[in-house]
Design a protein around this ligand. Structure first.
Ligand SMILES: [Zn+2]
Length: 303
């Protein structure tokens, strides 16, 4: 396993997308201090990372802010389209809990005209349910456009008000696999703490994926290396390991921080994960399983 070299893909990040009030969003890379995509790409080359995904996140309803913006996301992708896969973000309901038609049109334009490649929805941040029929036009649009949706649909460390678990219950997504069988979607963070339920949904729904973001981060409360090892072992037993992928979930504009985070996490996956899996009684990842986790699986989701 240690000898395998693959072009690594960071399948989930918010690189260059930072917090800002909803009425003061950046829309071009010119507004990012010291933006130098050539420098970042050269440093990613050195650690074997060939592509990364980045996405904004709308949190207008509860927090009155975004990470990045849809326009900024498009401009980031424009700066290196072969190596950056950028998504849009949306809250399907507005602050008055009415259907957010303006955002639906914005997402459609961002994909058709600006070439964004997917959509992020974060129901617990926005205090709505993913199977609420008012959200369905966004799923219809994603199927029409052929783009994947990423969901934050899990627990989140920090204040419970920011992410009430009732909006994250994982089996709400089962309705989507019934009503939109062709919708491709990723459930971030292995849907913790409902990982086994998610894996069972994945076992019967071939277009549902999951990422391992935030399992081996530096902050102790968020670092759960043995759970990562267990979850990958379970994913193999459910026959869905080829739909699990790596993502850093980096948020920010600091190239040093981003490259260091990637280095730490990829180092863990290469040198520690196999031992942890064996300790728990699971065979370590094979070379091809590792290559899938680090690169191939997410690229199948993006198409
Ligand atoms: Zn994220």
């Amino acid at each position: 396993m240690g000898g395998v070299t693959v072009d690594i893909v960071d399948g989930h990040s918010h690189a260059y997308q930072t917090f800002a009030p909803s009425d003061r969003l950046k829309s071009t890379v010119g507004e990012i201090e010291g933006y130098d995509i050539g420098d970042l790409l050269a440093r990613l080359d050195k650690i074997g990372v060939s592509r990364f995904q980045t996405m904004p996140q709308e949190m207008t309803r509860v927090q009155g802010q975004w990470l990045g913006s849809n326009k900024l996301s498009a401009d980031i992708q424009r700066s290196a389209p072969g190596r950056i896969v950028a998504f849009a973000a949306a809250e399907p309901l507005d602050r008055a809990s009415a259907f957010n038609r303006a955002r639906l049109l914005e997402v459609e334009r961002a994909v058709r005209e600006d070439g964004l490649r997917g959509l992020l929805l974060t129901p617990p941040y926005g205090h709505y349910y993913s199977n609420d029929k008012r959200v369905y036009p966004f799923y219809e649009l994603a199927v029409d456009l052929g783009i994947p949706i990423y969901f934050h649909h899990s627990h989140m460390f920090g204040s419970s008000r920011q992410c009430p678990l009732k909006y994250a219950r994982i089996w709400l997504l089962d309705d989507l696999t019934i009503d939109f069988p062709d919708l491709r979607f990723n459930v971030e963070h292995m849907g913790y703490p409902w990982t086994e339920v998610l894996l069972s949904i994945m076992a019967r729904s071939p277009y549902v994926y999951t990422d391992i973001a935030m399992f081996v981060g530096q902050e102790p409360a968020m670092s759960r290396p043995l759970l990562l090892a267990r979850n990958l072992g379970m994913a193999r037993e459910y026959g869905v390991l080829d739909r699990v992928f790596y993502g850093s979930d980096y948020v920010g504009e600091n190239v040093d921080e981003y490259v260091n985070l990637l280095g730490t996490e990829l180092g863990h996956i290469r040198s520690r994960l196999g031992h942890d899996m064996e300790r728990l009684g699971y065979p370590p990842l094979t070379d091809s399983e590792l290559e899938g986790l680090l690169a191939a699986n997410v690229q199948r989701l993006w198409r």
